[in-house]
Design a protein around this ligand. Structure first.
Ligand SMILES: [Zn+2]
Length: 289
């Protein structure tokens, strides 16, 4: 089943929701980086919340998320846009820890419990809007719940999950964000809290074969409207041209030094694609300066 995202309104239109299935996206990230289970749970959760934040952007805008905790995974970076194109990686993807006391992948153990979340909204051209928020748990969903409450003043429930198979492939991944709109009544908020406290983990629900529509129904009964649905896919916007420009920025002296090598290999951190520049191509770049 393909990855997708739905968004809509529920509970007498007093809340808005985003729900996504990201199993293929997280598996694609795992394959490209040879990610180990605990690291993949962390990166997969960040990729999933970023996919939903991408859906919150206007046409043409993108969102860039950086989670910088004090754990061994280092920085987790993800970007997404409103078309559902997502990419993500972390400094150290080969990390695996024993399960935590709830028998779950120890995400906090690799992310750390202090640090910050940086969210950069690229509003096209040169306009960028940056907000930061502290890491409060290291489990990612709680950290973004805090981010939405403090940085965007929107009370939200965030659920994120990644289920890894015994052979380390991704069995199921997904998430939802439910945001309380200003006109919401106390009754609606209480109802919502009860439902969220009692629902199974989203990765379990997806692994059981539930569609996002099934999951939304478990949350809201029939009191919801889906406004939009779109595909989610791994997509990196790197290209050889972008790396040519990056090499040019290094300047003539650096490029002349490179002529001593057999070839120059550049690697995209996000997708692990390699771009090879031959000595003749480096010479062309020098000549163009
Ligand atoms: Zn790339």
């Amino acid at each position: 089943m393909k990855d997708y995202l739905i968004r809509g309104l529920a509970l007498n239109k007093e809340v808005r929701f985003f729900a996504t299935k990201t199993t293929n996206l997280v598996e694609e990230i795992r394959k490209r980086h040879n990610g180990y289970p605990t690291a993949m749970a962390a990166v997969g959760r960040v990729a999933t919340v970023t996919a939903m934040m991408g859906a919150m952007q206007k046409s043409g805008d993108s969102v860039d998320v950086r989670v910088r905790g004090n754990g061994k995974i280092g920085k987790i970076l993800a970007t997404a846009n409103e078309l559902g194109e997502v990419r993500a990686y972390a400094t150290n993807m080969q990390l695996h820890l024993p399960s935590n006391d709830q028998g779950k992948l120890d995400v906090k153990g690799v992310v750390g419990t202090t640090g910050e979340i940086v969210v950069i909204k690229d509003l096209g051209l040169v306009d960028k809007y940056t907000t930061t928020s502290p890491i409060v748990s290291g489990e990612i969903a709680e950290d973004f719940t805090y981010y939405f409450a403090m940085s965007e003043q929107v009370p939200s429930a965030v659920s994120l999950g990644v289920l890894v198979d015994v052979d380390n492939t991704i069995l199921a991944a997904g998430g939802f964000i439910i945001q309380v709109l200003p006109q919401a009544s106390e009754e609606t908020i209480t109802k919502l809290e009860n439902v969220i406290a009692n629902i199974k983990p989203i990765s379990t629900l997806i692994n059981e074969g539930n569609t996002l529509e099934n999951i939304v129904e478990l949350l809201f009964g029939d009191d919801y409207t889906i406004l939009n649905e779109n595909n989610i896919e791994f997509k990196c916007n790197c290209s050889k041209e972008k790396y040519s420009s990056a090499l040019l920025i290094l300047g003539k002296d650096e490029l002349v030094d490179m002529l001593n090598e057999e070839q120059i290999e550049t690697v995209c951190s996000f997708c692990n694609n390699k771009y090879i520049f031959t000595i003749a191509e480096i010479q062309e770049l020098i000549d163009s300066l």
